[in-house]
Design a protein around this ligand. Structure first.
Ligand code: C2E
Ligand code: MG
Ligand code: MG
Length: 726
């Protein structure tokens, strides 16, 4: 810094102008030629100006540790008194002076002891001295070849503070980086890696050496692929996508599925000064939950089949593509009975099995079976060929397959469960062009299938909806009718043929609807059975009939029709007993008319109930004999007390074959000790035939039409009086 030439020049400084703050020792007269002396003075002036204009403080000392020169920066840094600090002053005295004026934070001896070894050894060095006011002064000590030294002083307080602040900022940044739950990489504007946190390394199970700072974005991606962390990705396209987003000032997020099964969310955000930050988040668990949620939103939890909303999505999509479709609406038959008999867990198990079987029925990969809830299922069949009510198309084949497969027993542990399935089918585009219409029409067809005996399929037909609407209206009216007391009972007398005596009467129900007028039982009993209304309605009829019969002459029987649904309901025996107790009618005066379907029931409960009632003395009559399966085998399963030959046989009795059947039944009854009653007797000829054949009882318009309770009571009383008098 100070060469020897300069030093020589410094040593030759002879004078400093009085107004110059540069303090130098004045050289004595040299006796040099005037030209040289002028030259020297010029150099001296230039030097003084240079020293004075330095931004640092400067002090120069000779071998005797006396000050040769200093500048005003030096004076002001240490707040020295310029009068005292004059050339020639000893270095120690300056130190002492700084102590005296309170600038130094150490004693003069201490300060001197720090400096002394360097002065003695003539070694360059740099110190920092903290002044009493907290300022930090950097002192650079440079020995001179001729002995002595130069010190350069710089106030670095501000610089230090900035450095400290920066250091603190770095510390915080590092702490934040290290404690982030996300991995982080920062790239500069040249796509070079400049920051990478621990978490990044942890997430990918890699070392710092795998991803050194300075690495390019391209190399980072390549490394991730090379290490088998990322599957093969198109690096160039990845980079151009990221670059495009960042240039547009947008962030870019992507999910990365790692080879180990985890999912990471990578988000790149542009930084204001160029470059970007990429964060890496392990979202495996979150994704799993999200996937589970979407699954739940789209699939039925019990059967894992698509649910209603998923089905709608698929259907709308299919309709958009305008391919031919068949929509199936399905509903299990007797599912409620499974739940009631075996309990809900068994019901759930059955639904799962049904779901599996339905799926197996589908032939086309793309066909969809969904569960709408309860025992309702729906199917989309794609491109059914030759579908339709005519011709055995694919839709019909599928329907047959389903009816067959669901009709087979479901075996669980020791149980055998039986259900059936009814299907309604609507075709796109013929039966509707939008999802709502198609589903509605498939439902309509299902409704028809249900009312036509179950375990069947029906294609939608125009006009079905009118029928269905009427039927729905009937159901609604019927449901309200019981509480509105719109039902009535008529009574039809039954006569013993041999004695011509009235032996009792049958209660026949009527519905006096304010809107529909008088509705016959054939029109509403099947509906009441289907909607379950028959149970309370039948109970009402039993009670009412018994109450009326209680006023009849002793010994006259009351016959009440009961439906299979009632007997299966489980509360039947109790309601019969309660009706008897309530009315005071003895059990042997009550006759329950059942049909063959009751005896066809496979479960023991029905037969058990009937036996229980029979044990109480109640008589059981088999109604409408000859119309159903008329298998005499049922008579063996349950020994009834009475057989009622259906009125269609009596009407046809002129026919030889029919007459033969009637004759056989009468004979059979006589042999088995079963009372035989002929229904629908309208003519004397019919009655005559029956009397000749030995039929026990007759019922029909000839004997008496169904009449009001009061009328029948009068008739019965008169009849009894007549027989007593006769
Ligand atoms: P059902 O038990 O066989 O009743 C006899 C039906 O034949 C009655 O029809 C009766 O009016 C009719 N009938 C009686 N004599 C003659 C005749 O000489 N000629 C003709 N053509 N018909 C005659 P109704 O009252 O319309 O009842 C029809 C069916 O409704 C009954 O057949 C029965 O199965 C059912 N039913 C009636 N009341 C009830 C009830 O309270 N509960 C249940 N579950 N079913 C009932
Ligand atoms: Mg009857
Ligand atoms: Mg009948």
């Amino acid at each position: 810094m100070f060469d020897h030439g300069l030093q020589a020049r410094l040593m030759s400084v002879t004078h400093v102008k009085a107004d110059s703050p540069v303090r130098g020792r004045r050289a004595k007269g040299t006796g040099l030629p005037r030209r040289i002396e002028d030259e020297l003075r010029k150099q001296d002036d230039r030097f003084s100006a240079a020293v004075e204009n330095m931004s640092h403080g400067l002090g120069m000392f000779d071998a005797d540790e006396r000050m040769i020169i200093c500048n005003s920066n030096y004076i002001s840094i240490f707040c020295l008194d310029a009068e005292i600090v004059q050339p020639g002053i000893r270095f120690f005295d300056i130190l002492q002076h700084s102590v005296d004026i309170g600038v130094a934070s150490h004693s003069a001896e201490e300060l001197y002891a720090i400096r002394k070894p360097y002065i003695d050894q003539a070694k360059p060095s740099t110190y920092e001295e903290t002044l009493s006011d907290g300022r930090i002064i950097n002192i650079s000590h440079r020995p001179l070849a001729s002995g002595g030294w130069v010190s350069i002083y710089e106030d670095i307080t501000e610089q230090r503070r900035a450095e400290q602040a920066l250091k603190e900022q770095h510390r915080r940044f590092d702490a934040a980086l290290a404690n982030m739950s996300q991995g982080l990489l920062m790239y500069d504007a040249d796509s070079r890696l400049i920051v990478r946190n621990e978490r990044f390394l942890e997430l990918y199970h890699v070392t710092p050496a795998d991803f050194p700072l300075g690495m390019s974005h391209h190399d980072t991606l390549e490394q991730l692929v090379r290490l088998g962390i990322y599957a093969e990705i198109d690096i160039d396209s990845e980079i151009s996508k990221t670059t495009a987003c960042l240039h547009a000032g947008e962030m870019r997020s992507t999910y990365r599925h790692l080879a180990d099964g985890r999912t990471l969310l990578v988000v790149r955000r542009p930084m204001s000064g160029g470059g970007w930050v990429a964060t890496f988040d392990d979202v495996t668990e979150r994704r799993r939950v999200e996937e589970r949620m979407t699954h739940l939103a789209h699939y039925d939890t019990l059967t894992n089949l698509p649910n209603r909303s998923m089905f709608r999505e698929r259907l709308d999509q299919a309709l958009g593509e305008a391919t031919d479709l068949a929509i199936f609406s399905l509903d299990l038959d007797r599912f409620k009975a499974v739940n009631d008999t075996w309990g809900h867990p068994a019901g759930d198990w059955l639904l799962k099995c049904v779901a599996e079987r339905l799926q197996r029925c589908l032939r086309n990969e793309t066909d969809v079976v969904a569960r709408f809830g309860g025992d309702e299922f729906v199917i989309i069949q794609f491109n059914p060929k030759g579908a339709g009510p005519k011709g055995a198309g694919d839709a019909e084949k599928l329907a047959k397959r389903i009816v067959d497969i669901i009709g087979r027993p479901f075996r669980d542990k020791s149980r055998d469960m039986h259900v059936g399935i009814s299907l309604g089918i609507a075709l796109f585009p013929d039966d509707g062009r939008d999802a709502d219409t198609l589903l509605k029409n498939a439902d309509m067809a299902l409704y028809r299938a249900k009312s036509e005996g179950r375990n069947v399929y029906r294609f939608f037909e125009p006009g079905m909806d009118a029928i269905v609407r009427a039927r729905r209206a009937l159901e609604t009216d019927l449901e309200a009718a019981l509480s509105r007391r719109e039902f009535e009972l008529d009574f039809q007398p039954i006569m013993n043929i041999a004695s011509s005596e009235i032996v009792g009467a049958e209660a026949l129900m009527r519905w006096r609807s304010p809107i529909r007028g008088l509705v016959p039982p054939d029109d509403f009993i099947p509906v009441a059975e289907e909607i379950g209304l028959i149970v309370p309605l039948g109970e009402w009829a039993l009670r009412k009939a018994c109450t009326v019969a209680a006023g009849w002459p002793r010994g006259l029987r009351i016959a009440v029709n009961v439906s299979a649904v009632q007997i299966k309901s489980g509360t039947f025996a109790r309601s019969v007993i309660s009706a008897l107790a309530f009315s005071g009618v003895p059990a042997d005066r009550l006759e329950l008319e059942i049909t063959e379907t009751v005896l066809m029931d496979e479960s023991d409960t029905v037969l058990k109930t009937l036996r229980q009632l029979r044990d109480l003395g109640i008589r059981i009559a088999l109604d409408d004999f000859g119309t159903g399966y008329s298998s005499l085998g049922y008579l063996r399963r349950f020994p009834v007390d009475k057989i009622k030959i259906d009125r269609s046989f009596i009407r046809d009795i002129d026919n030889r074959d029919t007459a033969a059947i009637v004759r056989t039944v009468i004979g059979l009854g006589a042999q088995l000790g079963i009372t035989v009653t002929a229904e629908g007797v309208e003519t004397e000829a019919q009655l005559e035939f029956l009397r000749k054949e030995g039929c026990v009882e007759a019922q029909g318009y000839l004997i008496g039409v169904p009449s009001k309770a009061a009328d029948i009571q009068r008739l019965l009383k008169a009849s009894v009086a007549l027989s007593h008098s006769g």
